[in-house]
Design a protein around this ligand. Structure first.
Ligand SMILES: [Zn+2]
Ligand SMILES: [Zn+2]
Length: 416
């Protein structure tokens, strides 16, 4: 495994740039410390010397800057001389010192497997660490936000919307709203709870007969097909789709169905709420507008609060319905194609690469749209569409998430 001289040169330059940045950081830290010390000394002096103390501090600051600038210039000039001497092969002691320092530095970081990607990964490691940890904490805040907003919508529906429906709507419509509203509420709560608390599944560490595709660089364990490492959960996830901050959990083999059902039923619940409260929203909005007129109607505090709550309910549910509708549609398309979000990116690259070679990419996990949906919901007979899709069910997904049936069910599978 040999790297080309150009790449080696590029890596060397990258390393020197990192060293230079570190040196500059150290110099800056020293400067700041010296300056703070100087300021403290100057402050003490001004107490004793009165007005003359300020002038003394400025003078000492100027002298200090001049000294530093001179020192840096000297160092740069000396480095340039050493470098020139070393390049011409007549460096003498300076050239020897330079080559010794270079050897010392290289012995610290040299690895035959190192490439530019690894070097860049190392440079950006602190950034990745910060992003991962911040996302982990954001996850807790996002889950709290989902629970808070959903609870507020449920409370508003029970206190402000349902009493109007019960008192003004005909009996069949009341029954419809009671059944539909509570069915959607149960489905949303059940699937959100299961999606957040069910682990997506990780590959076994002790099994040796696992069909391996690659080795995870972070976990140092074999990775089966469709398994990817999540840097936020810091583990490998079976059939990883993505890490969802709204669930504070990864979406993978064991909870993919819960995630999609939650998105679907939350979107349907939001559509239901915004459609069924649209007339009340119109009335509440007009009533709030009346309050800003010269002679506002004498609304009680309860009525004003109810109007504001209904406007909040409609704006929140209709905007979430649009946003979540787009997300659910996208995931629905991916399921129909037999892909996860991670595989979508990989497959797009593969489609482009094979197209340049005059070949067509075929997704090995695509069994036709209907079969893909059946696999997703573990539907084995027609009654499962009701018991496993339309009602809460905690049945496990098909397969173990380690081995995958890649044989095509059709004679001529469509390439995607
Ligand atoms: Zn891993
Ligand atoms: Zn994750």
């Amino acid at each position: 495994m040999s790297t080309s001289p150009a790449i080696r040169r590029y890596e060397e330059l990258l390393f020197y740039a990192a060293c230079l940045c570190n040196c500059w950081s150290v110099v800056l830290c020293v400067c700041v410390c010296v300056e703070v010390g100087g300021c403290r000394a100057g402050g003490g002096g001004s107490g004793r010397g009165g007005g003359g103390g300020g002038g003394g501090m400025r003078l000492s600051g100027g002298r200090w800057t001049w000294k530093l600038s001179r020192a840096m210039r000297l160092v740069l000039r000396r480095c340039r001389t050493w470098r020139r001497g070393y390049n011409q092969g007549s460096g003498g002691a300076a050239g020897e010192l330079w080559s010794y320092a270079k050897l010392l530095l290289r012995s610290l970081y040299y690895n035959s497997l190192t490439n530019s990607d690894t070097a860049l990964d190392c440079v950006f490691e602190p950034v990745y660490w910060i992003v991962d940890n911040v996302t982990r904490w954001f996850g807790v805040a996002f889950v709290s936000l989902v629970v808070l907003l959903t609870s507020s919508v449920v409370v508003i529906v029970y206190l402000c919307v349902l009493p109007i429906i019960l008192s003004t709507y005909p009996a069949p419509w009341v029954v419809w709203h009671l059944l539909c509203g509570h069915w959607l509420l149960v489905m949303v709560v059940f699937h959100y709870y299961k999606a957040t608390t069910t682990h997506p599944g990780r590959p076994p560490k002790d099994k040796s007969d696992v069909p391996v595709v690659s080795i995870c660089k972070k976990c140092i364990i074999p990775k089966p097909a469709r398994t990817h490492h999540c840097s936020i959960c810091n583990t490998c996830i079976l059939k990883m789709d993505h890490h969802c901050p709204w669930l504070n959990n990864c979406v993978g083999h064991l909870n993919h169905r819960y995630f999609f059902s939650f998105c679907l039923y939350m979107m349907l619940a939001c559509v239901y709420c915004s459609i069924s409260s649209r007339h009340m929203f119109q009335e509440a909005y007009n009533a709030i507008e009346e309050l800003f007129k010269p002679s506002p109607p004498p609304f009680t505090f309860r009525e004003t609060t109810s109007h504001k709550a209904i406007v909040f309910l409609w704006v929140l549910t209709s905007s979430v319905a649009v946003a979540l509708g787009a997300l659910t549609l996208w995931h629905g398309i991916l399921i129909s194609r037999g892909e996860t979000s991670v595989e979508r990116h990989i497959n797009r690259k593969e489609i482009r690469r094979l197209k340049e070679l005059g070949k067509v990419f075929r997704n090995p996990y695509h069994h036709g749209p209907l079969t893909n949906w059946k696999i997703m919901f573990s539907v084995e007979k027609p009654s499962h569409w009701v018991t496993r899709v339309l009602l809460p069910s905690s049945h496990p997904p098909m397969g173990d998430g380690i081995t995958w049936d890649c044989t095509y069910t059709r004679k001529d599978p469509m390439a995607i």
